[in-house]
Write a protein that binds this ligand. Structure first.
Ligand code: GDP
Ligand code: MG
Length: 443
């Protein structure tokens, strides 16, 4: 689906940024250029792209970091917020009033996906416990009724229509009457939409609406027309106060982003998006969720968690001293609390930027439980022993084990792990890492 494509391109750009140690002006600008390119490729209006990227850039470069936010988190937060503002901040509401009879009429240019969307919405509502039926008021296209009937049986919803009646209004009214008497809560009316231009489409819609008196009208717009969707959405928004828009075919075309953003720009509410040919391929339009998907995560919270994970910061001073080979049991002890918050030691070491060195699995699998044991053991050591573990002989080990209530084997294991970690850190140093890499985010 095109939106996933947009999403994965933006996610890649974002990942590129998250991998950087220093997020500076150039990095922000590059991210924005990537996003612009992606949006323009999916036919988003140039002016909209410009406005969106300008806001992102302004905020990312000039806004003060909120307390507790790193530069990277802040950039992700801004992207999320600006994209959400761009696409709408609230999820769409299902356009029916519960406990009441709701007549929903679907209009749109021929081939836009009205009949498919009628059934998709019917199925969507039925799955949510709404008693729903559909009416075929397309008396124009041959075979329209049998198409709807066939889809309706797939969706398990009753259908009303009559191939021999040519009066669409009469058909619609008869159907509404019948289903109302039978206690249906949602009655969807599929119409013909034989018109090619929005002006005559709106005329037809008005005439039908006057006769049928629907509670809600949904304009179905074909997403493959890209930013041209704006013209239809605007005309529709001016013509009715009880309308919302369904944008279809967001799966196939590269222009879906353009259609969606163009409709949003007219302030016409989008209720549904169609994402495939099958009757289950429909979603209530939920911009925050949608943006989360574009950026690669469910919501802002999980996005920020992901950033945190990618940038668990090891303090610069610590890294320098570790790399200088000055790693003592004292260090290990003081790190345990910190480490416990952040995850296993091996994970932290792996996150030292620029490294992908291999630590023994045993080191990586240090559990929290084990850390508690280590803490107890180290607590039972003298200062001298912590700083110079080499002096730990059999009798000292016995004393420490007794003092900490752990076994001698556990004390020995700690020493072994400690030595292995120290060795790993030393070999790191031999690779001459540019210490600069650990300096604080300078931006
Ligand atoms: P109508 O003339 O407005 O009633 O349009 P139809 O419902 O008959 O749909 C026209 C064509 O578009 C059909 O081939 C549908 O399968 C297809 N279609 C509708 N919605 C979608 C969608 O969300 N994705 C894709 N890929 N095709 C769709
Ligand atoms: Mg149709």
């Amino acid at each position: 689906m095109v939106l996933e494509k947009i999403g994965s391109t933006i996610q890649n750009s974002l990942k590129k940024l998250l991998k950087l140690t220093i997020v500076d002006e150039a990095a922000v600008k590059e991210l924005i250029r990537d996003i612009q390119r992606t949006l323009l490729q999916s036919d988003v209006n140039v002016r909209l792209v410009f406005e969106l990227s300008k806001r992102i850039e302004e905020r990312a470069l000039h806004e003060e970091l909120p307390p507790g936010f790193s530069r990277k988190e802040h950039v992700v937060k801004i992207l999320y917020e600006e994209f959400t503002r761009f696409l709408g901040e609230k999820p769409a509401k299902i356009p029916i009033e519960p406990g009441k009879r709701n007549v929903i009429m679907l209009v749109g240019i021929q081939g836009s996906g009205k009949t498919t969307t009628t059934i998709k919405i019917a199925r969507f509502l039925r799955k949510r416990g709404v008693k729903v039926a559909v009416i075929c008021a397309d008396t124009y296209r041959p075979g329209a009724f049998s198409q709807l009937r066939q889809l309706a049986s797939q969706a398990g919803v009753p259908v009303y229509g009559d191939e021999n009646i040519k009066d669409a209004v009469k058909l619609a009214l008869d159907g509404v009457k019948k289903f109302s008497e039978e206690g249906y809560e949602a009655i969807l009316v599929d119409t013909a939409g034989r018109h090619k231009d929005e002006k005559s489409l709106m005329e037809e819609m008005k005439n039908l609406a006057e006769a049928i008196k629907p509670d809600h009208i949904i304009l179905v717009i074909d997403g493959t027309i890209g930013q041209q969707a704006m013209i239809q959405a605007e005309a529709f928004n001016n013509a009715t106060r009880i309308g919302s828009i369904a944008v279809t075919k967001l799966d196939g075309s590269a222009r879906g982003g353009g259609a969606l953003s163009a409709v949003v720009a007219t302030k016409a509410p989008i209720t549904f998006i169609g994402t495939g040919e099958k009757i289950e391929d429909i979603e209530l339009f939920d911009p925050p969720r949608f943006v989360g998907r574009l950026l690669g995560m469910g919501d802002l919270k999980s996005l920020l968690e992901k950033v945190k994970e990618a940038e668990v910061a090891v303090p610069e001073k610590k890294v320098k001293s570790l790399l200088a080979g000055k790693f003592t049991l004292e260090d290990l002890y003081s790190e345990i609390e910190r480490v416990k918050k952040l995850g296993p030691l091996g994970k932290i070491l792996k996150m030292i930027p620029g490294l992908s060195f291999q630590l023994e699995d045993s080191i990586l699998k240090v559990t929290e439980e084990k850390m508690e044991v280590w803490k107890a053991i180290i607590q039972s050591m003298t200062k001298e022993e912590r700083e110079n573990p080499k002096i730990l002989n059999a009798s000292r080990i016995r004393r420490i084990a007794r003092g900490s209530g752990r076994s001698e084997a556990e004390v020995k294991e700690l020493i072994k792990q400690f030595e292995a970690t120290k060795k790993a850190l030393k070999s790191l140093r031999r690779r001459q890492l540019p210490i600069k890499m650990f300096e604080k985010d300078l931006f």
